[in-house]
Write a protein that binds this ligand. Structure first.
Ligand code: NDP
Length: 335
């Protein structure tokens, strides 16, 4: 069982030498346990917070331990009556090829149906990132028909579920993403009404001008994934009584400071700004997953994936994710 462990903590930017590839045998199964062979490992920005000693919203991860992470795979051996060999399951198996799971532990393992939804999508659009988009849009932005809603990192795992959900609620959906290819895909495949390539705009003023053109009625809801100057530009276009769902600030995860240019706009526009952690809202997951599964199953949501091959490729793929090299959900394929 090949595994990636956290070997040492980043000093500033995370680097490949923070990780180490090791191999161990999987222990024999006890009653109630299941051996899962992972097909895909999910790479997610929150993992960067876990690499630090200090507490972020994600608890710190111990040195020498297998990196935490969502996985999908199939049951390879079972000593649990509810799981049979071959069952497809989602879990938190971590950066390794196999995991031994106490299947009775709440939330440890979930069986999934791959008839209409490919297995890998349970780590993306029909999994944690999709539910994240759903929660921020539906519960925090809570749009009315006709509202204009904007999301940053629009083609990423979270952002890519946003347009389909927003269009289903009668909104104008506008994305912000890095690069012409990403923006073309956002409009042509994901259903955004417009998408702005922030790399084409050199400063807050220029980006804000582009937002004005894409959002002629101003912005009623903003789903923040990035932070920094992109947020400053959006803030200039927010309407009175608008809402911001504060989901992530990836531009600061490697230690860069993220000052906010004009916080007074929150007061002037009587805005609601609410941060959230999706795993603290398990009550919405069934409804959200149902809607997302239907959107994917009916082809209304066609998520894209960037797939690295083999467990040894996980560290580089993860560092790439933090730099925007992924196009869609970043996965590692293990078999
Ligand atoms: P993505 O698939 O969106 O990948 C990250 C993307 O962020 C990159 O592709 C890149 O897109 C963009 N990015 C990276 N660095 C920068 C930067 N310095 N400036 C601007 N953009 C950057 O990741 P996820 O969809 O998995 O996660 C998106 C956000 O949601 C993250 O902030 C994450 O932490 C957060 N999150 C929060 C959760 C919660 O419960 N609150 C749960 C899940 C995710 P581009 O090329 O378009 O710039």
């Amino acid at each position: 069982n090949q595994q990636i462990v956290l070997d040492n903590r980043p000093q500033g930017e995370a680097v490949a030498s923070n990780f180490k590839l090791v191999a161990t045998d999987t222990p024999p199964l006890q009653d109630g346990q299941v051996l899962v062979r992972h097909h895909y490992l999910s790479l997610d920005p929150y993992m960067r917070g876990r690499m630090n000693e200090s507490k972020s919203y994600a608890a710190s991860q111990a040195l020498g331990e297998v990196m935490i992470g969502g996985t999908v795979g199939e049951v390879a051996e079972s000593k649990h009556p509810k799981y049979a060999v071959g069952d497809k399951v989602v879990g938190m198996g971590g950066w390794q090829e196999y995991s031994v799971v106490n299947a009775d532990q709440p939330g440890a393992l979930r069986k999934v149906d791959t008839t209409h939804v490919p297995l890998s999508h349970y780590l993306g659009a029909v999994g944690m990132p999709g539910v994240t988009a759903w929660y921020g849009l539906v519960k925090i932005i809570a749009p009315k028909e006709g509202d204009t809603v904007v999301v940053s990192a629009a083609t990423g795992a979270v952002g890519s579920a946003f347009a389909a959900l927003a269009k289903a609620r009668g909104c104008r959906a506008v994305g912000i993403a890095g690069g012409a290819d990403k923006c073309k895909y956002a409009v042509e495949e994901l259903g955004f009404d417009a998408c702005i390539d922030y790399k084409e705009h050199s400063d807050v003023k220029a980006l804000s001008k582009a937002l004005k053109e894409a959002c002629p009625n101003g912005i009623d809801g903003y789903f923040e994934n990035v932070g920094g100057w992109i947020m400053d530009a959006v803030m200039l276009r927010m309407n009175a009584f608008s809402r911001i769902a504060l989901c992530g600030m990836i531009a600061g995860y490697d230690g860069a400071p993220l000052p906010m240019a004009n916080p007074a706009l929150m007061l002037i526009n009587r805005m609601k700004v609410e941060g959230f952690i999706v795993s603290e809202h398990m009550e919405v997951w069934p409804d959200a997953l149902k809607e997302l599964g239907t959107l994917v199953g009916t082809g209304k949501l066609r998520p894209r994936e960037t797939i690295a091959q083999g467990i040894a490729a996980a560290p580089e793929a993860f560092l790439g994710l933090l730099k925007g090299k992924n196009f869609g959900k970043q996965l590692v394929k293990l078999i």
